[in-house]
Design a protein around this ligand. Structure first.
Ligand code: SF4
Ligand code: SF4
Length: 142
């Protein structure tokens, strides 16, 4: 089933919307915005609600209540999709691209994300272990 090619993001059912997320965890890393240039810098520091082992939110249903600055992509203006990493499936589709071969909906396996080196589990640092987030800025290879 290739529903993501036939529908726009705002036409997806709840389950279709949720299945678009590849589970990479990149959006659960802290970001820093340069106020002068608007450039977004990603860090390796994970949100306190992020489970680094599973690469998933520990309380997805109540995430917005527990972490007020958690980005609700469904309500994110498309002009702000640049905040999302370039591999993010929502951003890819919004920008008119197809899903990559390693996306679980294409590969049929959730493990293909980690195999492709896209997940953050191998390098994310727990927020509780970090004093200065700005010392943990990273750059994506892709
Ligand atoms: S960056 Fe996009 S695809 Fe990856 S976990 Fe976040 S919402 Fe899902
Ligand atoms: S609250 Fe959950 S979904 Fe939101 S950034 Fe934190 S770990 Fe990710």
């Amino acid at each position: 089933m290739t529903f993501w090619r036939q529908k726009k993001l705002n036409e997806l059912s709840h389950d279709e919307w949720e299945s678009i997320c590849d589970g990479c965890g990149k959006c659960c890393l802290h970001k820093i915005e340069d106020e002068d240039t608007g450039v977004i810098y990603y860090t390796s520091v994970a949100c306190r609600l992020f489970d680094i082992t599973t690469c998933r939110c520990k309380d997805y249903q109540r995430r917005i209540d527990k972490v007020p600055d958690c980005v609700n992509i469904k309500k994110l203006a498309t002009s702000r999709f640049k905040w999302l990493p370039s591999t993010c499936a929502y951003r890819l589709l919004e920008e008119g691209n197809d899903l990559p071969l390693w996306h679980p909906l294409v590969s049929g396996r959730a493990s293909s994300v980690a195999e492709a080196g896209v997940g953050v589990a191998s390098f994310a640092v727990p927020e509780s272990q970090v004093r200065h987030v700005e010392e943990h800025i990273i750059q994506w290879l892709e």
